[in-house]
Design a protein around this ligand. Structure first.
Ligand code: ZN
Length: 345
């Protein structure tokens, strides 16, 4: 189970907690329980897909560029759980708002990776970016299953249509990028780093789309997929990168590396590296993707396959790259250092 990539945006335990919340209606609780079960059932598929990528890279399989820019395709599951579903012709101008949005945002992520990092799709070889929408009935999650994106509509109360979160789309597709670069495992320190990569690049995509600098950014993950019932309960997002232990987050996280324990769900152990990245960006100022983001991208894509990388190793690598990439700008390395110091590394 080395390359598990549990790439759901909503952690399973959050769904289980909602399923057991007696203050919610029986229908909502049942929906949350169903979503948790499907979330769990995808594990085998993701593991196998990740393993195939690992084997291909380990055997030195030649990476052939498939296309100069990725094709973006959208499929409609029509509320079934059959993947990929029916193709949506002309998704770009579809009358289905979800299909249209999914196409626009996925195209946006492709442009973000191309324009900001010079990356050609998930695998850097023009891989088609495939998404399935309307997965299941009121399914409360979104995921990267190792080869494609899958989006539920949400139950409309706890969560709304998962394609509404640009950070969610950026987060999930980044799991694919990690699968094709650092190949981080999904447990231990590496698991927390894997989740954090997705939050960092998901948030950067959100900021890049809004042309925001680090100070103007909300640094929230999943703010736009929270439904009215979740909001009424005081929840504003899934996670808060600037304040991982925020009680208004559905899944509050540790803030210090010393609080990360063995066996911790990666959606929680990602708190310290998220805070380190956010702190580095705020310390340096300006746009997150212009310098700190470049350091993180280089750490993700120029370190080879390191499935068991620890957080101290990743911190050391970013410190090294900050100096290498910006030798004449000491403020970059200082900001990266301040970020890691904030979380005790
Ligand atoms: Zn994830």
């Amino acid at each position: 189970m080395r390359m598990i990539c549990t790439c759901h945006i909503v952690p399973k335990d959050v769904l289980e907690r909602l399923a057991g919340d007696k203050k919610l209606s029986a229908e909502l609780r049942r929906g949350a329980a169903d979503s948790a079960r499907v979330t769990d059932g995808m594990r085998t598929l993701r593991t196998q897909n990740g393993e195939l990528t690992r084997l291909a890279q380990a055997s030195g399989a030649h990476l052939v560029e498939l296309a100069a820019a990725p094709k973006v395709t959208v499929y409609d599951c029509k509320h079934s759980q059959t993947l990929p579903g029916m193709p949506v012709p002309g998704a770009k101008t579809s009358t289905d708002a979800t299909a249209k949005r999914c196409f626009a945002e996925t195209t946006g992520v492709a442009k973000f990776y191309q324009a900001v990092f010079g990356r050609n799709s998930i695998d850097n070889a023009g891989m088609t970016m495939m998404s399935s929408i309307h997965f299941g009935k009121g399914y409360n999650n979104a995921m990267w299953n190792g080869t494609q994106m899958v989006y539920g509509d949400g139950d409309g109360k706890l969560f709304v249509d998962f394609t509404k979160g640009d950070d969610v789309i950026g987060h999930e597709l980044t799991h694919g990028v990690t699968q094709h670069s650092l190949q981080l495992a999904y447990s231990g320190d590496a698991g927390g780093l894997n989740e954090s990569m997705s939050d960092c690049f998901g948030s950067m995509f959100r900021q890049w789309s809004a042309k925001q600098d680090a100070k103007a950014a909300d640094w929230l993950i999943g703010a736009d997929i929270m439904g009215p019932t979740a909001k009424a309960k005081g929840f504003k997002a899934l996670r808060n990168m600037a304040k991982p232990d925020d009680k208004a987050a559905l899944a509050p996280q540790p803030t210090k590396y010393s609080q990360v324990t063995p066996g911790m769900d990666p959606h929680y152990s990602s708190g310290p590296p998220n805070l380190a990245f956010c702190t580095a960006c705020l310390t340096l100022g300006g746009k997150s993707w212009e310098r700190i983001g470049q350091v993180w991208y280089a750490a993700l894509t120029t370190s080879g396959a390191q499935p068991h990388m620890t957080m101290p190793q990743f911190a050391a690598r970013t410190r090294q790259l900050a100096t290498q990439k910006y030798p004449a700008q000491a403020a970059v390395a200082a900001a990266v250092d301040a970020g890691w110091k904030k979380v005790g590394l």
